[in-house]
Design a protein around this ligand. Structure first.
Ligand code: NAI
Length: 396
């Protein structure tokens, strides 16, 4: 069951593997959602469908959840894990889209295009080279050298920018990029500062009045990461005073739930700002790439048991199952003795174990056993009777 108009690439991949697919273009809630997923083996959603504990409990045949997006906040992933339901997402399906938009914004802001364009829309001709710069040779400071930051680094260097970056982890610099030791150093040295960190207690409010003051006069700030990172009132003030030359923001502390009028933030109407409605990752290419990525993860799990890429259960990856063997997928509470009981039950039925793959986290374990082909219903009932079992499934 695919909801919210998941890209058709997902349905194509799933159908090609023999999965029956139903698609709905919108999000569902309440009883309509429960009815839609009550008999589904897999559900695919984007960011607007809430899968809470009660909804998941009402979908007994569900085996896995695909979030065809980056975040998984819309799902109660703990409740899902307690039901042995892996949740998959696509953490870098839209990385390139964000990096491209960021680079384009840097070019436009360094050329003063935002205000020139606004002038012309008002009928005002303002041709001038003053304060307009090529990006070539300018210093780009990237905060957070992860998927997006490092992609941006490569693209920016190809236009001749000098890249420096700051990351709390040790990261391999790509091309000629150079890591700097502190955020302050990066702010002081950069002509353009671009933020690509997640929201954490440490990054919330990481750019306030003091940090803006450290930036070079005439520098540019880009925040296409998370709305809570920048004090927008302080940024608006720095822009109005001309301390900052320009700013691009794609994310905001309060973002409207739906399209329409009524958006407010301190940057509205401030010259030299490029505002976009959280579309950094929103391209057709990204949607297609996410569609394929999550569909593949769901298929690897449903057909072979691999939980690689799951955000809430231990990750187990394993080779293909031999045709003459059965594969047991068993999620259980991580307490001593469960594996021993499984082995004893199988031995009592004369079933030989050919391979065993196990991963655990603090609370839960996921074990996959390749065993002699046997009476699957009987084995399933045996293993389900172990009190610590969260879910057991056989692939025959
Ligand atoms: P990532 O997890 O690959 O990279 C984040 C990097 O930030 C990591 O290298 C991490 O070590 C570093 N980091 C964490 N805390 C830090 C700190 N206090 N100081 C310096 N570095 C720190 O994440 P990815 O995929 O590159 O995404 C980056 C941001 O972009 C996230 O906030 C994400 O939510 C946002 N994003 C925005 C989109 C949009 O539509 N505008 C679309 C996709 C992602």
């Amino acid at each position: 069951m695919l909801l919210e108009g998941v890209h058709p690439a997902a349905a194509l991949a799933l159908r090609a593997a023999g999965v029956e697919v139903e698609s709905i273009s919108g999000a569902l809630e309440g009883d309509a959602l429960i009815d839609a997923i009550a008999s589904a083996d897999l559900v695919g959603i984007r960011s607007r469908t809430r899968l809470d504990a009660a909804t998941l409990a009402a979908a007994p045949s569900l085996a896995a959840i695909g979030c065809f997006c980056i975040g998984t906040n819309q799902v109660d992933i703990e409740a899902a894990a307690n039901q042995g339901l892996p949740v998959f997402n696509s953490p870098f399906g839209n990385t390139r889209s964000v990096a491209e938009l960021t680079l384009a914004e840097i070019v436009l802001l360094l050329r003063g295009v935002v205000d020139r364009s606004a002038d012309l829309h008002r009928g005002l001709w303002t041709k001038s080279a003053s304060g307009s710069h090529e990006v070539r040779g300018r210093v780009l400071g990237i905060v957070g050298y992860g998927h997006i930051g490092s992609q941006l680094s490569v693209l920016a260097e190809s236009l001749g920018m000098q890249v420096i970056f700051f990351d709390i982890d040790h990261k391999l610099p790509l091309g000629n990029a150079v890591a700097v030791g502190s955020l302050d150093e990066l702010l002081e040295r950069s002509d353009v500062v671009s933020l690509h960190v997640p929201e954490t207690p440490r990054t919330r409010g990481m750019i306030g009045a003091a940090e803006l003051a450290r930036m070079k006069r005439g520098a540019i700030l880009v925040n296409n990461a998370r709305g809570s990172l920048v004090d927008l009132a302080a940024a608006a003030d720095a822009l109005r005073r001309g301390h900052l030359r320009g700013m691009a923001a794609d994310v905001f502390p309060q973002e409207p739930e739906a399209n329409g009028p009524g958006f407010e933030c301190p940057l509205v109407g401030v010259p030299g700002t490029l505002l976009t409605p959280h579309i950094g990752g929103s391209t057709e290419e990204a949607q297609e790439s996410i569609g394929r990525d999550v569909a593949e993860k769901l298929l690897r799990f449903i057909l072979g048991g691999s939980s690689r890429g799951a955000v809430n259960v231990p990750e187990v990856d394993l080779p293909r199952r031999a045709d003459d063997r059965h594969r047991i997928l068993h999620f259980h509470r991580n307490v001593p003795g469960v594996l021993g009981r499984m082995h004893t039950m199988l031995a009592a039925r004369g079933i030989n174990i050919h391979a065993e793959y196990l991963q655990s986290d603090f609370e839960r374990s996921y074990v996959i056993l390749d065993v002699d082909a046997s009476d699957a219903a009987m084995v399933q009932a045996d293993l389900a009777s172990i009190p610590e079992t969260l879910r057991v499934r056989l692939i025959c």
